[in-house]
Design a protein around this ligand. Structure first.
Ligand code: PS7
Ligand code: MN
Ligand code: MN
Ligand code: MN
Ligand code: MN
Ligand code: MN
Length: 358
């Protein structure tokens, strides 16, 4: 933690960092290495969205209660002293909502330009989550690939949009990125889709499904059947199609990262992307995803951290290494063998255009 001066920090800001560390996800560490200008806006952005996502994920809140909580969540950002008084089971991130008043206090101190970006994204994400969690048109869950990508847009593409606007506002990224929003979108889609493939079993236990019916219905008749040990071959073919769908964003992620102008921001965007391609390689052709929660090893995570905190060239080497491992694991009997093979080839080719060898 380099950029915080705890001796000068307001107690409410110290509390915000306490809750950031409590959520204890990989983002907490990388956020705290951000430069001193981006650190607080992005930490608060994270806490606001983490609060919103805690409500979205809470399956003990019934639909009629949840809908206005999601749609109106942005209003809490302006409500001095606001805290959440739910009475459901006390899960880890509930602690943040119960003490949300410290986040509200710090949000009020932000530069208007930064606050407005966070508010705009919170409004759009809350409405998108409400449409998917509760909307009549989504009562059977995610059906088409277009719906799958729209959901990923709401929960991750929009995060990317907000972050890119913050980076450009602070002059830490090339403003040209604002005219190439499809690159930003790929950054979010790549992370979210990888998370959705990896978490398939955990989400099933929570009675949630994010894999689109348009894909899984080609392999099984009922969603539950994907977890049946007797259907492992079909389930793996289905997961290959999901991995292929995610892998298509990899080249645009590398291109986006070429637009970052400052080292701490580069590290912040590159670390999750490298972890994502390593996670895609881990889940690819891996039957364990259907009965357990798998994660890349601590050792691999350490190596990825080192490789993602240098420059784009090193990150490209990482992407190429994992693209090759995926190609190596690819099974000629898989219905998407050729497409997966060409997606891996395309990543390698794209890297070759960025950094020609010899
Ligand atoms: C503001 C840093 C860098 C251009 C809380 C970062 C859940 C995968 O599903 O809890 O609970 O298992 O591990 C982060 C683009 C978003 C997308 C999104 C806010 C990158 C609420 C992250 C993160 C855009 C909705 C992981 C997408 O959560 O997953 C800040 C550029 C939050 C980013 C959710 C998921 C993040 C996610 P789950 P996690
Ligand atoms: Mn969620
Ligand atoms: Mn979540
Ligand atoms: Mn998940
Ligand atoms: Mn998980
Ligand atoms: Mn999770």
């Amino acid at each position: 933690v380099h950029t915080r001066d705890q001796s000068k920090e307001a107690p409410t800001l110290t509390s915000c960092f306490h809750f950031l560390n409590l959520t204890s996800r990989s983002f907490a560490a990388v956020i705290q290495e951000l430069n001193s200008d981006m650190l607080v806006p992005i930490a608060l952005f994270y806490l606001v969205l983490r609060g919103l996502d805690t409500i979205e994920d809470d399956m003990t809140i019934d639909a009629d209660t949840k809908e206005p909580l999601l749609r109106d969540f942005y209003k809490n950002m302006r409500t001095e002293g606001w805290t959440f008084n739910g009475n459901g089971p006390m899960e880890k991130d509930r602690e943040l909502l119960i003490h949300f008043d410290v986040v509200v206090a710090e949000l009020q101190k932000l530069k208007k330009g930064y606050y407005d970006i966070i508010e705009d994204i919170t409004i759009k994400m809350g409405n998108g989550m409400a449409d998917y969690a509760l909307g009549a048109e989504h009562k059977d869950g995610i059906e088409t690939i277009a719906q799958y990508e729209e959901y990923c847009h709401y929960v991750a593409g929009l995060v990317g949009e907000g972050l890119t606007r913050l980076f450009v506002e602070g002059n830490y990224a090339n403003p040209a990125l604002m005219d190439r929003m499809e690159l930003t979108e790929s950054m979010g889609q790549f992370l979210q889709k990888t998370n959705i493939v990896r978490d398939v079993h955990e989400d099933f236990l929570d009675k949630r499904r994010f894999w689109p019916k348009a894909i899984w219905s080609k392999y099984v008749d009922k969603w539950e059947d994907i977890f049946e040990p007797k259907n492992r071959t079909l389930a793996l073919q289905c997961s290959s199609e999901m991995v292929l769908n995610a892998l298509k964003h990899a080249d645009e992620c590398l291109f986006y990262m070429a637009g970052i102008r400052e080292q701490s921001v580069f590290n912040f965007v590159a670390i999750p992307q490298s972890m994502a391609i390593a996670t895609l390689e881990l889940v690819f052709q891996n039957p364990k995803i259907f009965d357990s929660h798998i994660k890349i090893t601590k050792g691999d995570a350490c190596q990825l951290m080192i490789e993602s905190t240098q420059n784009l060239r090193v990150v490209c080497d990482t992407f190429r290494r994992y693209a090759r491992r995926i190609a190596k694991k690819n099974d000629p009997r898989d219905p998407h063998y050729l497409e997966i093979s060409s997606a891996c080839g395309k990543i390698e080719q794209f890297i070759e255009t960025l950094f020609p060898s010899q």
